[in-house]
Design a protein around this ligand. Structure first.
Ligand SMILES: [Zn+2]
Length: 132
């Protein structure tokens, strides 16, 4: 396991924009089709917007039509953790950053790839680094 990054709420507020804070630290969701990476098809890596940890790679990203960036699998290694989420009257699996435990989105069992999974992730939780 890589080392965890733990900051106080005040430090998170300083580090993140209000929109990022709402999503990453308060488990919010950006409105569908509004995120900056939903339509991004460029090759590269998606890192955690809060701590910089590598989370997803562009070769697993696909257009799910859901309105959020969607991936069939996380990046290899200690990238994300999954937690059972029973809020909002649904049983879902929450996806968080393995390093700083910021909320990223949810994973659903209706993906198109070999894994059968759809990682539905907020653009605001991601920081894209294009390949050179
Ligand atoms: Zn993180």
């Amino acid at each position: 396991m890589s080392e965890k990054l733990e900051l106080s709420e005040a430090e998170w507020r300083e580090k993140l924009t209000p929109e990022q804070y709402r999503i990453l630290r308060e488990k919010g969701t950006e409105r569908a089709f509004t995120g900056k990476y939903e339509k991004n098809k460029a090759a590269g890596e998606y890192h955690c917007a809060a701590c910089g940890q590598l989370l997803f790679e562009s070769d697993t990203k696909y257009d799910s039509g859901s309105g959020w960036p969607s991936f069939t699998a996380p990046a290899e290694g200690d990238s994300v953790e999954e937690h059972r989420d029973v809020t909002h009257g649904m049983i879902r699996t929450e996806v968080v950053c393995a390093k700083c435990e910021s909320h990223l989105g949810h994973v659903f069992p209706d993906g198109p790839g070999e894994t059968g999974l759809r990682y539905c992730i907020n653009s605001a939780s991601l920081d894209f680094e294009p390949e050179d």
